[in-house]
Design a protein around this ligand. Structure first.
Ligand SMILES: [Mn+2]
Length: 258
């Protein structure tokens, strides 16, 4: 046993030090489709973003089964739904658009289940890019499957610039939780999505928009529990953007309270 803050404190090897309990933040991952061997993967920016906020990232790769999912679930203090391939439109009752890419049944299934669990139990949730789309679909909403052609936009939501480079503005609803967390009513964001929210899911309020009207942020209409969805990629902005850092800090703070 390790005496808390006692003999095995400063100077002891890392594995023998008294441990402060940091919030465990589940982070979903991508999975390759139609490759051998199948691989799970994640942009490491998510790992850094969670750590710099004081959380411990716990990767949740498809095809994580029910027993492992259940075993992890009770220990998680927060959840991040990450970016990635397209959600299968059968989850909102539409046929596939020809541009649909990287659709993973295993990932859709795991993330829709985790989202419903988080919403049911009030687990703090940050839904990023594909994540905001999964959140919307989990609540019965639908997606534009190809923003460029439907609804059609002159704005480049799939930017060619590097990931930490903001390319379009987002206006945030005054009085929303998102505005309070970001500490701003206008933010400059990066954009790597070829889909976007169409019909909003039950109980979700749109609280942020790109200049073309595309929804870039959602939260529960009543504000609680702590659920925020953003269509941009704050994990790639944390180094230079205090508002992006505040998103992860708010999640970890909510996790510590839960
Ligand atoms: Mn965008």
């Amino acid at each position: 046993m390790i005496p808390p803050g006692g003999a095995a404190g400063k100077g002891a090897p890392w594995y023998a030090r008294a441990v402060t309990q940091l919030p465990l933040v589940g982070v979903t991952t991508s999975v390759t489709v139609d490759t051998y061997p199948e691989r799970a993967y994640l942009n490491t920016a998510y790992v850094r973003a969670v750590e710099q906020a004081g959380g411990v990232p716990v990767l949740l790769p498809p095809p994580l089964g029910a027993a492992a999912r259940d075993g992890l679930w009770a220990r998680l203090d927060a959840l991040i739904l990450t970016g990635g391939g397209d959600v299968d439109p059968r989850h909102f009752g539409e046929p596939r658009h020809p541009t649909l890419a990287e659709v993973s049944e295993a990932r859709d299934t795991l993330e829709l289940e985790l989202t419903r669990g988080a919403l049911a139990q009030g687990l703090p949730l940050l839904a990023i890019c594909r994540g905001i789309q999964v959140l919307n679909v989990a609540l019965g909403g639908s997606l534009y499957q190809d923003v460029r052609s439907d609804p059609g936009s002159p704005l480049a939501h799939s930017q060619a610039e590097r990931r930490h480079q903001p390319t379009h503005q987002v206006k945030v609803q005054a009085g929303s939780r998102l505005a309070a967390v970001l500490g701003a009513l206008e933010v400059d964001v990066n954009s790597f999505h070829h889909q976007a929210l169409a019909r909003l899911g039950r109980g979700l309020a749109a609280v942020a928009w790109a200049p073309d009207g595309i929804v870039e942020g959602v939260e529960p209409a009543g504000g609680d529990p702590f659920v925020l969805g953003v269509q941009w990629h704050p994990e790639d902005l944390v180094e230079h953007d205090p508002a992006a850092r505040r998103l992860f800090a708010a999640l970890v703070t909510a996790a510590a309270r839960a």
